[in-house]
Design a protein around this ligand. Structure first.
Ligand code: NDP
Ligand code: MG
Length: 387
């Protein structure tokens, strides 16, 4: 097998670092050619040396000088800014792009990588939330595989192996319930970032941990599943499963239900996406069912978690509506993390943006850019934030 060249976008983040853990185990199989980060330039320089990459990009141009100096004694090409990220996404230097950026910033690089015929290992769910239609049709057109890294979608993909499409009845996405699972609805108003960041099972980046607490993340995963598996939203169900052992399920027409189980460790779905159709020879941590004698499943409390219904709503509206939800959420989550708004304001900002944004039924990528800017402005206005 020839060596597969990887570009890793978001290499300093939670998924990026775990992707490098997998790559480290398969030096004969993978060669990292480019790494992209946003602000953590020292970590990026360290990774670049270890993996002897050809190029690095730092998204935030203010760190360009520092990064260039840190790598001055190497032949590594150093670039900065979003155009440089796009350049890496398109570059002939890689066969596969691992997109582990966070937020809207992931959309264009995914699209450009598909247009360049590269295989995609996709963690950046915002890509599909915002532009699922455009992205999936570009992938079909180019014959490009999009391998999900999100654990739920990886689980569904594993359950669908060898099955016929017409036999699928429902997809059942599991949900831990996030950090505030046991917090009563009346107390949500006073939740602090520190409380919402304590995810009971998964250790992840800050934004997705807050999205998990509000269930915006689960709503986004419903949208992601709609596009990845080309299935009607009505047939995508969500159940709360506090132990996070069953990563998702598929229900078939004959009444059979398949589930994929394992520890809450992202190394497994990352390695599945990278090595498919093979599997990693060894797990980071072997799973034993005897350690989990009780697995429970509950309905979602839709009043406590209004974001889930909003996600179904934007999915039905289509067009720019999911993009508006995403943009407002990004602003509100950042504000919440900076103690500039309340936890409950996150959904308030999403609602305000959806009620006030312009709507385009058949957007292009540049219309998404406009909708993203508009929704961010609306959220800022609603939250009374400075620019
Ligand atoms: P992190 O916040 O841990 O990492 C994000 C990465 O993207 C970092 O390398 C960061 O750089 C970089 N980055 C952030 N903003 C920008 C920007 N504007 N331009 C370019 N690069 C940027 O996030 P996660 O790893 O947790 O999540 C990444 C994606 O994967 C998200 O879409 C998330 O929803 C999804 N995901 C994550 C899971 C997890 O377990 N963490 C599980 C399933 C999905 P720097 O750190 O240098 O600033
Ligand atoms: Mg997930």
């Amino acid at each position: 097998m020839s060596i597969e060249r990887l570009s890793i976008l978001g290499s300093t983040g939670s998924i990026g670092v775990q992707t490098l853990d997998i790559v480290r185990r398969y030096p004969q199989r993978f060669k990292v050619t480019s790494l992209v980060a946003h602000s953590r330039w020292e970590e990026l320089a360290k990774q670049a040396r270890e993996f002897e990459v050809e190029s690095v990009v730092i998204g935030d141009e203010r760190h360009y000088e520092a990064l260039r100096n840190a790598l001055a004694d190497t032949n590594i090409e150093v670039m900065a800014g979003s155009e440089a990220i796009n350049h890496v996404a398109r570059s002939y230097r890689s066969d596969t792009v691992v997109n582990a950026l966070v937020g809207y910033a992931g959309l264009h690089p995914t699209y450009l990588a598909i247009e360049s015929g590269k295989r995609i290992a996709l963690a950046n769910k915002e890509t599909l939330v915002v532009g699922g239609d455009i992205i999936m049709s570009a992938a079909r057109h180019k014959g490009v595989d999009i391998m999900p890294i999100d654990s739920e979608h990886s689980a569904i993909m594993q359950c669908l192996e060898g099955e016929q499409r017409k036999a699928i009845r429902n997809l059942i996405i599991t949900c831990s319930g996030g950090a505030l699972r046991n917090t009563p609805r009346e107390e949500l108003e006073s939740v602090t970032p520190e409380m919402a960041l304590k995810h009971p099972q998964w250790s992840m980046g800050a934004k997705i941990t807050i999205d998990s607490a509000t269930l915006v993340n689960k709503g986004f995963e419903v949208i992601e599943a709609r596009w990845l598996f080309d299935i009607e939203p009505e047939r995508i169900k969500v159940v709360v499963h506090p132990q996070s052992i069953v990563h998702s399920m598929v229900e078939f027409t004959d009444g059979a239900v398949k589930a994929q189980l394992g520890t809450a460790d992202m190394h497994t779905p990352i390695s599945y996406a990278l090595l498919y159709p093979e599997r990693a020879e060894e797990a980071m941590e072997q799973f034993s069912i005897l350690n989990y004698p009780t697995l429970t499943f509950l309905d979602v409390d839709r009043e406590k978690y209004p974001a889930l219904d909003i996600a179904y709503e934007v999915l039905h509206r289509g067009g720019t509506a999911p993009c508006t939800m995403n943009g407002a959420n990004e602003v509100a989550v950042a504000a919440f993390l900076a103690h500039k708004c309340k936890y409950t304001d996150i959904v308030g900002a999403i609602r305000y943006a959806l009620d006030n944004a312009s709507f385009e039924k058949s957007p292009t990528l540049s219309i998404y850019d406009d909708a993203n800017i508009e929704s961010r402005e609306l959220a800022r206005r609603h939250l009374k934030l400075d620019k």
